[in-house]
Design a protein around this ligand. Structure first.
Ligand code: ADP
Length: 483
């Protein structure tokens, strides 16, 4: 099958969250199944041209946006497995420090930037005569593309179907209707049951209406978004498309996240020798964060965006009681909300030797945290799929999570009678529940080490590869094409 991915982020070139991991790993897994896959993303100024061996292949390409002619360049790099990645160079929109915002806030022309990306991506593959069977788009940034296909903006794509993956209903791309003529959304398609929302345009909503198939990244999240809270208000439209909506769990990139070959951790280990391997990594991690280097203390970690979704308020409200009542250590890595940054940034001063934090983004630190911790905290209010809980299990670090979305689907609850499971889940969205569940993990660590070993073994043995998910996506693409 000819498959085109269009995304606003693709790892390792540009990444702010899980979407980038998916847009990198799924093409690889599909290519391994024998499909012909191309990927398109913007050339942001942060993308290192030489490092990735980019080459200019299509200078001065033109696309019409309303009454404007936009001229852009296309650069290319070849990835293993025959995947071609194309970068749209259009400095007016993409030569910026951030992807969607900078320190002054959201970019005011985001609607224009990503409408352009959709049209430029179509123009690019058309000019190279690559006719996709399926265009797989992601989130609001590329949600206009299914509309352009469905409305037959270009007969070249008459046989092409679209699949929209909803990675997070919290971000819908709602903008002023000023963009309509530039984005070429026709007046008669700008209605409350398509793009229109309170006078503005809701790009994700349009994608939901026009894509041939809709997916989200876990079966539980696919259920949750059919209600008003989980969908952030788009449930009527999702329910209308219920027959075309499904949840497919993400895999993880096991070439990057694999404790037996990970070059970013001090000691590699496997399910056969994790006790010694994890102990050494824990020591290095404790040293890096200036914690007491004591293997006998349970070490909990958090990595992620400091956004409301991640439930860090629950941790903020419970951590003092946890530190007062329990013998344990904490490490926090992330950035975002300024109140949370200040709180977690200052925590190591209050709990010297027991709490460490790094406010920022650091891939190497994320790896050593996964390898060296005993437990990984994800108290998310909602979590479409979540990657860190899968990385954690692959690294024998047991997740402590709220049972929502992908967290509910990818972790087996600890059974204290039988000593089975791969993590600790709680339901109730309250600091007290998190506190209790951390306590449950701490007591398991101290009192039931045999259960810990069972769980670590079970967690590390699970298959997190993309192969299974890629097969499910392929089945879905076939359905879309047959539609
Ligand atoms: P989301 O996509 O909602 O941010 P996921 O768990 O699906 O959450 O994916 C987050 C990805 O971003 C993971 O690969 C995680 O390790 C990474 N990540 C998030 N914040 C940081 C950080 N501060 N430093 C390093 N990696 C981070």
């Amino acid at each position: 099958m000819n498959i085109l991915f269009v995304a606003s982020e693709v790892e390792p070139y540009a990444k702010s969250g899980g979407l980038a991991d998916v847009a990198a790993a799924l093409p690889k897994a599909l290519a391994e199944l024998g499909h012909n896959v191309k990927v398109i993303l913007p050339l942001y100024s942060s993308i290192k041209y030489d490092k990735y061996n980019l080459k200019l292949i299509m200078p001065q390409t033109c696309v019409h946006m309303g009454t404007c002619e936009e001229w852009f360049n296309v650069h290319h790099t070849a990835e293993p497995h025959g995947i071609d990645v194309y970068f749209i160079e259009f400095n007016k929109y993409f030569a910026r420090t951030g992807y969607y915002h900078d320190s002054a806030g959201e970019y005011r022309d985001n609607a224009f930037r990503f409408a352009f990306l959709c049209r430029a991506a179509m123009q690019t593959v058309k000019d190279m005569d690559f006719k996709p069977d399926v265009v797989h788009v992601h989130d609001w940034q590329t949600s206009l593309l299914p509309y352009y296909l469905k409305k037959g903006y270009d007969s070249f794509f008459s046989g092409t179907k679209s699949v929209l993956t909803l990675h997070n209903m919290g971000y819908q791309g709602i903008f002023s209707s000023d963009v309509l003529s530039y984005a070429m959304v026709r007046d008669y398609d700008f209605k409350p049951d398509t793009f229109e929302a309170y006078g503005g345009i809701n790009m994700l909503k349009g994608g939901i209406v026009y894509a041939d198939k809709l997916t989200t990244v876990s079966p539980t999240y696919a259920e949750e978004i059919r209600g008003p809270i989980g969908s952030n208000g788009l449930d009527p439209y999702l329910n209308r498309r219920g027959a075309d909506l499904s949840g497919i769990l993400n895999g993880i990139d096991t070439t990057i996240w694999n404790p037996s070959s990970d070059r970013l951790i001090p000691t590699n280990y496997t399910v056969k020798n994790f006790t010694d391997g994890k102990r050494r990594n824990k020591k290095a991690l404790q040293q890096q964060f200036l914690l007491e280097t004591n293997p006998e203390l349970p070490l909990f970690s958090f990595i992620g965006r400091f956004a409301e979704q991640k439930g860090l308020n629950l941790l903020m409200d419970s951590i003092d009681s946890v530190m007062n009542d329990m013998d344990c250590q904490f490490i926090i890595l992330g950035s975002g909300d300024t109140v949370l940054e200040r709180f977690f940034g200052e925590l190591p001063k209050r709990y010297a030797g027991r709490v460490g934090s790094f406010i920022g983004y650091s891939e190497p630190t994320a790896h050593i945290i996964e390898a060296g911790s005993d437990f990984f905290i994800m108290p998310s209010l909602y979590e479409p799929c979540g990657l860190n809980q899968m990385y954690s299990q692959a690294y024998g670090t047991l997740p402590v999570v709220r049972a929502t979305g992908g967290l509910a689907d990818t972790i087996e609850q600890y059974d204290e009678k039988r000593g089975t499971g791969t993590g600790f889940k709680f339901d109730y969205m309250a600091a007290r529940s998190l506190y209790d569940t951390i306590g449950w993990a701490v007591s398991t660590f101290f009192d039931r080490p045999a259960h810990m070993n069972n769980m670590i073994t079970a967690a590390m043995k699970k298959d997190y590869s993309w192969k299974r998910s890629a097969q499910l996506y392929y089945e879905l693409y076939k359905e879309a094409v047959g539609k």
